[in-house]
Design a binder for this molecule. Sequence first.
Ligand code: KG4
Ligand code: ZN
Length: 355
Amino acid sequence: MAFPLVLGPLVLGIESSCDETAVALVRGDRTILAQRIASQDEAHRPFGGVVPELAARAHADRLAPMIAAVLAEAGVTLNDVDAIAGTAGPGLIGGVMVGLVTAKALAYAADKPLIAVNHLEGHALSPRLADASLQFPYLLLLVSGGHCQLLGVEGVGRYRRLATTIDDAVGEAFDKSAKLLGLGFPGGPALERAARDGDPRRFALPRPLVGSNDPHFSFAGLKSAVLRARAGIADPSDQDIADLAASFQQAATDCLVDRTARAILAFPQASALVVAGGVAANQAIRGALARLAGRYHLPFVAPPLWLCTDNAAMIAWAGLERLALGDTDDLHARARPRWPLDPDAEVARGAGVKA
Ligand code: KG4
Ligand code: ZN
């Protein structure tokens, strides 16, 4: 008689903290049995940014059929699932509540443990879903639409924040600059495309905090410089816009590389340099970070592009990592608009500091 292979527990993950509705079934051996990601770009495009109320309604409309589809594709029922992991924050609170309440309802109905996942922990652990050899501790550059942080990742639930932004997140700077340049929504990928045909040396844009002893990031001044440079060209050609996009992308990349180099020295125990979050999908930034890691003889780990932007596989994976430690939640878990990974980190000086 053949014995079944031990393939590890099965976790259903739900993500709804911004404008992607996503569901995934992931197994402890890193197999993604099935997943769906529904982007809401079309709904938000007329407004040039994510409208929280529209996002929450779209999540509410879509989640139930997507969960049914993922279970059907994997050929399992809720009874076969070992835990339900749902994003509980940080993010747009309406959407977070829709996803978390759905996760709670499934956990209650099927009598399975609930794992209320921090979305940032999902990004932070996602490189370990893609790369089984990645061990703690590692240095993580977490770059998304709402966050720009350097974290010493010491273990599951153990994060040391080494730096954060004192104003805008880098993804926000990409999105706002893309909007200023008329490149459309969502801005990050559009700006990267435009920059491909541009001259990154044409516009001398600032590199805020580069070379500074202060560990943090700042992008607000760079975005304002893009606005001024754009206003200085009366009737911009496609080439002008491409040059400005390339100059912005180069300046943002230089800032990320300089701050990360400083953090490599501040966290010498790191076994690898890792990048995660939506902005990690940017090829110019990935390339520059790979060269930086090479200079310090550190392995460089970047998840595949689809795993960088918001998805539910990373939420299911964070659930699996926590389940392995017996760290589950009860049905009272709260939805949280703000939820820092390192609650002990000092407040960074500056205006619009995010979690
Ligand atoms: O992680 P994510 O999907 O959602 C948040 O948790 O914020 O990150 C979205 C951010 C947006 O600001 C988007 O413009 C940016 O990631 N982004 C990019 C690229 N793809 C997504 N930024 C630069 N280049 C890209 N290719
Ligand atoms: Zn995200």
